[in-house]
Design a protein around this ligand. Structure first.
Ligand code: AR6
Length: 168
């Protein structure tokens, strides 16, 4: 598997699947989530509502992932995953690692070959960037998956540098 880094906006990416840093309600929010729903259009939210009604009445649990259409985005699917909120020095990295593993598992089920990820949990959920980059890169490298390209789409220089440093 090839791992690539891009600085930019995940909603501009062309890939089989774009991963959304969602919340358990699946009903949208700020950051990546807001941008994906804004640009992707109402079909994504309609599928999210249907998923809540059928499978996730109590919300999508932290660390899990589920796919919908990508609406008007340049992708076939959006994979929604719920990162953990950072809880301070003794935060458990496992739920964040699980977001990457579960998103790749869903991508495999779909047959997605290229998957773009944002830096999950590093915005509203306050996970420190260097630690998040370590968890993201190490988990993706260790994953057993048929995905051929994982692309990390980093919004700013700091995030890009943290991921580049971990990849080196
Ligand atoms: N493309 C790529 N990265 C982005 C973009 C974008 N368009 N916008 C922000 N980032 P966040 P979280 C970066 O807050 O921490 C939402 O309200 C951002 O700089 O989107 O997992 C959800 O509904 C940061 O580095 O996700 C949840 O309630 C990273 O993406 C909550 O926020 C993640 O920031 C999830 O919080």
């Amino acid at each position: 598997m090839k791992i690539t880094l891009v600085r930019g906006d995940i909603t501009e990416q062309h890939a089989d699947a774009l991963v959304n840093a969602a919340n358990s309600s699946l009903l949208g929010g700020g950051g990546v989530d807001g941008a994906i729903h804004r640009k992707g259009g109402p079909d994504i939210l309609a599928e999210c509502r249907a998923l809540r009604a059928s499978r996730f009445g109590r919300g999508l649990p932290t660390g899990q992932a589920v796919a919908t259409t990508a609406g008007r985005l340049h992708a076939r699917w959006v994979i929604h995953t719920v990162g953990p909120v950072h809880q301070g020095a003794d935060s458990d990295p496992e739920p964040l690692a699980s977001c990457y593993r579960e998103s790749l598992r869903v991508a495999d089920e779909l047959g997605a070959r290229t998957v773009a990820f944002p830096a999950i949990s590093t915005g509203v959920y306050r996970w420190p960037m260097e630690d998040a980059a370590r968890i993201a890169v190490d988990t993706v490298k260790a994953a057993r998956t048929s995905v051929e390209e994982v692309r990390f789409v980093l919004f700013d220089d700091r995030a890009h540098e943290a991921f580049a440093a971990r990849l080196r």
